[in-house]
Design a protein around this ligand. Structure first.
Ligand code: SAM
Length: 331
């Protein structure tokens, strides 16, 4: 089996696949107020494009494909896409990132079609605040979505909360209790300077150290560090003693976890992005729609991976920060 190894000796096994730029929520840290997706139908990867690209990546050693967006559940045929991907030889993990607004409707079918687990974004458990952050979201729909995912058998289910000073940092404790009560996991995410909205909220940034202090204070030494494996991604994780839940912090700004980065991202328009915090990309949509052979496209991917930057630049070179909006990249 071929392997994708970059020039910093990192093995790339994880593809984050955005299936749409559209989102039914407009979280203020994720996209600008006036942002509307600017893509025609033919610009977006088709089922065939997606299947072909995932097959080629699998032949190169990718084993995990996350469905993300925009909001992936808005993509017509999302269950079909899940099925196409999970059937590809070599793909053994198909997680979903969602705001869960529509998950009640889709959870069962997605699970049947190979989506084994889900990350669900919630930034507040206060309905009015939730609506404000998401600019129109409905917390009750999201909670119904979580319950449907649990019911369907997805596991683990992780809540992702972006922590913002003066916005929701007073809800860290209640969010932990909510996760424990549901028997699911919780991840706190440091705000990242992606796109102009992301850069604006850097002033509301809460560091990993401060988040951890709150968690420790609340759980009173019930945290047991979990040895992180290569596939864990960038979270520092802890088991919460006496519960079925884990808590973690994704600290892209306080920490560089780039030396263990195992992922690349594909946008809905087929741009392969090599690093969340850098501009480099190549178009795989053009490649799969051209008369290039599979081997030629795989060579393109190998060459691109060789150019994967050593690390993101969130905290130092402000001019280099990507101007893409997070909603276009998929998180
Ligand atoms: N709509 C899906 C969802 O809500 O999870 C998938 C796409 S969303 C862009 C993926 C993740 O990126 C979410 O957990 C969201 O909170 C996170 N995110 C967006 N902008 C961010 C920022 N500036 N800093 C940190 N996380 C961000």
């Amino acid at each position: 089996m071929a392997k994708l190894i970059d020039k910093f000796n990192r093995e790339i096994t994880y593809l984050r696949l955005s299936v749409t730029e559209h989102c039914n929520y407009r979280c203020f840290y994720c996209r600008d107020d006036e942002h509307t997706p600017n893509c025609k139908r033919e610009d977006v990867l088709s089922y065939e494009d997606i299947e072909k690209i995932v097959q080629l990546f699998a032949e190169l050693g990718i084993t995990k494909v996350r469905l993300t967006g925009g909001e992936p559940l808005l993509r017509t045929g999302i269950s079909k896409i899940a099925k196409l991907i999970s059937r590809v030889d070599g793909i053994n993990d198909v997680p979903l990132s969602t705001n869960a607004h529509l998950l009640e409707k889709f959870a069962q079918k997605l699970y049947q079609n190979g989506v084994n687990r889900a990350n669900i974004s919630i930034d507040s458990l206060i309905p009015e605040k939730f609506e404000e952050i998401t600019r129109g979201g409905e917390l009750s729909k999201v909670i119904e979505g979580i319950d449907a995912a649990i019911q369907a058998g997805m596991s683990p289910i992780k809540i992702n909360m972006v922590v913002m000073r003066g916005v929701n940092d007073d809800e860290i404790e209640s969010m932990i209790d909510f996760a424990i009560d549901k028997g699911i996991d919780i991840r706190f995410i440091e705000t990242m300077p992606i796109g102009s909205s992301g850069i604006e909220i850097l002033s509301q940034h809460v560091s990993e150290k401060d988040i951890l202090a709150k968690i420790n204070n609340h759980l009173d030494s019930r945290l047991m560090p979990i040895e992180s494996s290569k596939t864990d991604g960038p979270a520092h994780n802890f088991k919460i003693e006496g519960t079925n839940s884990t808590v973690g912090i994704i600290s892209a700004v306080s920490n560089h976890f780039c030396q263990t980065c195992n992922r690349v991202r594909l946008t809905a328009k087929g741009e392969l992005i090599l690093c969340l915090g850098q501009e480099d990309s190549i178009s795989l949509k053009d490649a799969v729609r051209s008369d290039l052979t599979d081997d030629e496209i795989k060579d393109m991917i190998i060459n691109a991976i060789n150019k994967k930057p050593e690390k993101h630049v969130f905290d130092s070179v402000i001019d280099n920060i990507s101007n893409r909006q997070m909603v276009e990249i998929g998180g």
